[in-house]
Design a protein around this ligand. Structure first.
Ligand code: AVJ
Ligand code: FE
Length: 432
């Protein structure tokens, strides 16, 4: 970022893009759909929309801008810690039209705040951090709303072109020599608190698959009785597999001939064998890895594979370098509504030749979500700190539903190990 004017225009670009996406996700369904509870795991879409506006009001209008509140009376309704997702529908929420009007009123004030902020000074404003954080927050909720769309029943309302087909073969493993690398970041201006600070991390030599596990490979695991062999599962994983009756990834169905079909955004079609598997929980990923004689990577291994350049000994923002992602690097931003075949993004490969670390599917790692040495909550404990050391596993790399503003080699996502409505798959690793 070269100047304040460039930074201001970058903020405008990312905020405008996130709002166009929020609008697209909430304009294609009617009022009944917007206020419905499509799953106990998800909020009504109209709650996400007004929550996006309320967080933007809190951080940018009130805090950065020092302006009068727009709607202080609704703060409690849209506080994610006050009401569980399944109880939000029963609250006296803003109607869809009121929510649209509210988010646009807030946004008008934000443009004014942006025009008047020097984007330096205190840490919240420096480098436009608060604006970047709010754009990331909106995009994260957009991805959550996309997951709600996937859970909703009825005809398709979202449409997108098919992702690219495989351009090169992407099979086998890469060996990453043991040694230290710099994990996390101190300097990336829009990195969130849990990605900080940069710290030297020693990672012993390991092997990592050059591509995520595909549907075809996962179907082999099913065909080899993977779901019926307790020895492949952790104790907790087996208990979950049994109590929930898991037999296949979420949204998969088998027909009379034994072929797999999957429902995605209102369309049922044959499972595509070369796409990364998606909608599996951590326990399923772990069982597959055991069946393959491998294991899941730790998050340090994943990040070293994604960022470390052995020719210079330094780290990159993305596997391909520091350049912002384009449609040739990675399947991001809801440009497509499904993962692309493995080998579809050779331009996005890492120096070690590892493909599709960014985009397509979030990748489960074996690591629990913990603080880096020197972690300091910023700007609020509720973003990460309250989740650290909870029952969460780290996911890395972003999915086809993740916007680039909320995706980079250091970005850490987390969820409960039983969750599979998120766009999550995995790749395997092993000791060498
Ligand atoms: C980082 C995706 C786990 O959705 O719970 C949204 C992001 N934090 N609003 C979530 C978030 C506050 C968070 N994840
Ligand atoms: Fe939120």
């Amino acid at each position: 970022m070269t100047s304040i004017e460039d930074l201001r225009s970058k903020v405008e670009t990312v905020l405008t893009r996130s709002r166009a996406r929020s609008a697209a996700l909430t304009e294609c369904v009617d009022e009944t759909d917007l206020t419905a509870q499509h799953s106990p795991l998800m909020s009504p879409l109209v709650w996400d929309l007004a929550h996006i506006g309320n967080q933007e009001e809190l951080w940018l209008v009130r805090d950065v801008g020092g302006r009068e509140p727009v709607r202080q009376d609704i703060d409690e309704l849209y506080d994610a810690f006050k009401h569980s997702r399944s109880s939000r529908r029963a609250l006296p929420l803003l109607s869809p039209d009121e929510a649209r009007k509210y988010v646009s009123t807030v946004r008008e004030k934000v443009w004014d705040v942006l025009g008047n902020s020097p984007l330096d000074g205190r840490r919240l404003e420096r480098d436009g951090f608060a604006f970047g954080m709010v754009a990331q927050h909106e995009q994260q909720h957009d991805e959550t709303m996309l997951a709600t769309h996937q859970l909703r029943t009825g005809p398709a309302v979202l449409h997108a072109p098919q992702p690219p087909r495989s351009r090169v073969s992407a099979t086998g493993e890469a060996i990453i020599e043991g040694g230290e690398f710099t994990m996390g970041t101190t300097l990336d201006p829009w990195a969130l608190d849990n990605e900080r600070p940069a710290h030297a991390t020693y990672v012993p030599t390991f092997a990592i698959d050059v591509a995520p596990v595909t549907n075809g490979q996962y179907a082999e695991f099913i065909a080899h009785d993977g779901y019926d062999r307790p020895e492949l599962w952790s104790e907790r994983g087996w208990a979950h597999r049994t109590s929930e009756g898991l037999r296949a990834p979420q949204f998969w169905e088998v027909d009379a001939d034994g072929s797999w079909w999957r429902r995605a955004f209102g369309v049922t079609e044959p499972v595509k064998p070369n796409q990364p598997v998606v909608h599996v929980c951590f326990f399923e990923a772990e069982a597959y890895a055991n069946w393959a004689g491998k294991r899941l990577p730790t998050e340090a291994e994943w990040e070293k594979a994604a960022r470390f350049d052995p020719s210079t000994g330094s780290v990159r923002k993305y596997p391909w370098g520091d350049a912002e992602p384009t449609e040739l690097h990675a399947n991001l931003g809801q440009r497509h509504l499904e993962p692309a075949d493995v080998g579809a993004y050779p331009a996005g490969a890492s120096p070690h030749g590892v493909h599709q670390l960014i985009g397509d599917v979030w990748e489960w790692t074996s690591s629990e979500f913990g603080p880096y040495p020197g972690f300091a909550p910023f700007p609020y404990a509720e973003y990460s700190e309250v989740f650290l050391r909870g029952d969460y596993r780290v996911l890395r790399g972003g999915s086809f539903g993740t916007d680039e503003v909320a995706c980079r080699g250091t970005f850490r996502n987390w969820d409960h190990p039983i969750r599979r409505q998120i766009f999550a798959g995995f790749r395997c690793a092993r000791d060498v």
